[in-house]
Design a protein around this ligand. Structure first.
Ligand SMILES: Cc1cc2nc3c(=O)[nH]c(=O)nc-3n(C[C@H](O)[C@H](O)[C@H](O)COP(=O)(O)OP(=O)(O)OC[C@H]3O[C@@H](n4cnc5c(N)ncnc54)[C@H](O)[C@@H]3O)c2cc1C
Length: 302
């Protein structure tokens, strides 16, 4: 296999990538070793070119948005991380009810633009810390809303390098997943269908939901949000709390005292600490309630 750094240096301008970049600097968990190449595309063609180079050379690659739902290995990633984020974040009003945004735009920024244009529908997502691409891929949701409710269509890059526009149905949204995950689509942009509303009401709804978040979630500590998916008919946090695991820790990883559904990094947590804690929580909850928790956080790397 050719050297990844040599190949990227031959094919791309230097400001598009970093070498041996610590992934802990790009995730909300503040965990993760180095990525051999950390690629920061500015355009659709940068993304397509990076994928082509990776495929031709059989380099492993992984797409990263704002890194708020990812646990990277302590050994990092011996390949290319394609960070579709703040160099790819344009947002504009397509027509009076529709916002068109590139996948690197933060949900909070899109929600602000919706608010400024008196558009309702993004309130549920205004406090989710991810970018649009990750939110579409994950079908992110909160407080009774989910991306499925507002995505009119998404432009994606498929495995063969074709750009396609998929409608809501073709995106195959499910609980915290979509066809982007199943088919390996890269989300380039999405059109969000919103409704004209009352600006003050939209603003106060966002304020109310974000106040609830601050009150209930350990936002002051590094985490990747809810560590586990919601088991059918139950809540992971409740089962974990009732298993007596509030504050339980392994190394620097701890079950949050404020919200048991969150594993937090108390300072120096390693990926190994978090994985051991996840296994302990799963086993304890299973032994007590016969419910097998499944991680929501994506666990990536060597
Ligand atoms: C404090 C906190 C609170 C949270 N609250 C919520 C919540 O209420 N609801 C909720 O659903 N989530 C929540 N999350 C989790 C997270 O914010 C969401 O899942 C978010 O949608 C992830 O977006 P991201 O840009 O950070 O994606 P990343 O974490 O970077 O990536 C997540 C997944 O999406 C893929 N991906 C990212 N961008 C693209 C793209 N352009 N194309 C294809 N695949 C892509 C990645 O490969 C990865 O598999 C929370 C997280 C934190 C830290």
């Amino acid at each position: 296999m050719k050297d990844i750094i040599d190949v990227f240096s031959e094919n791309f301008k230097r400001e598009l990538f970093l070498i041996n970049e610590p992934l802990k600097n790009h995730t909300s968990f503040k965990i993760g070793g180095d990525a051999k190449v950390f690629f920061m595309p500015e355009s659709v063609s940068d993304i397509a070119d990076a994928l082509k180079v990776c495929r031709e050379n059989e380099f492993p690659y992984y797409i990263l948005g704002n890194g708020t739902n990812i646990l990277f290995s302590d050994k990092g990633y011996n390949g290319v991380i394609i960070n579709i984020f703040n160099k790819f974040n344009q947002v504009y009003l397509e027509n009076e009810n529709t916002i068109n945004a590139q996948s690197g735009a933060l949900l909070s920024s899109i929600a602000n633009i919706a608010l400024n244009n008196s558009l309702s529908g993004m309130e549920f997502a205004s406090g989710i810390p991810g970018a649009l691409g990750g939110a579409v891929y994950m079908n992110a949701g909160a407080y009774g809303g989910e991306m499925k409710d507002i995505v009119l269509s998404a432009d994606i890059l498929d495995k063969d390098g074709n750009i396609r526009t998929l409608d809501n149905n073709e995106m195959g949204f499910q609980y915290r997943s979509s066809n982007a995950e199943k088919e390996g689509f890269i989300v380039l942009s999405a059109k969000l269908q919103l409704k004209k509303g009352n600006k003050e009401e939209i603003k106060s709804k966002m304020y109310e939901l974000n106040s609830q978040r601050k009150e209930k979630q350990p936002l002051e500590m590094p985490s990747a949000g809810s560590t586990f998916k919601r088991p059918e008919g139950n809540f992971a946090g409740k089962l974990i709390m009732e298993s007596g695991l509030r504050g339980y820790s392994i190394g620097g990883a701890m079950v949050s005292e404020k919200h048991c559904g969150f594993v937090v990094n108390t300072g120096n947590a390693t990926c190994k600490d978090v994985l051991l804690l996840i296994e302990h929580v799963k086993k304890t909850v299973y032994d007590k309630f016969n419910v097998m928790l499944e991680p929501e956080v994506r666990i990536i790397g060597d």
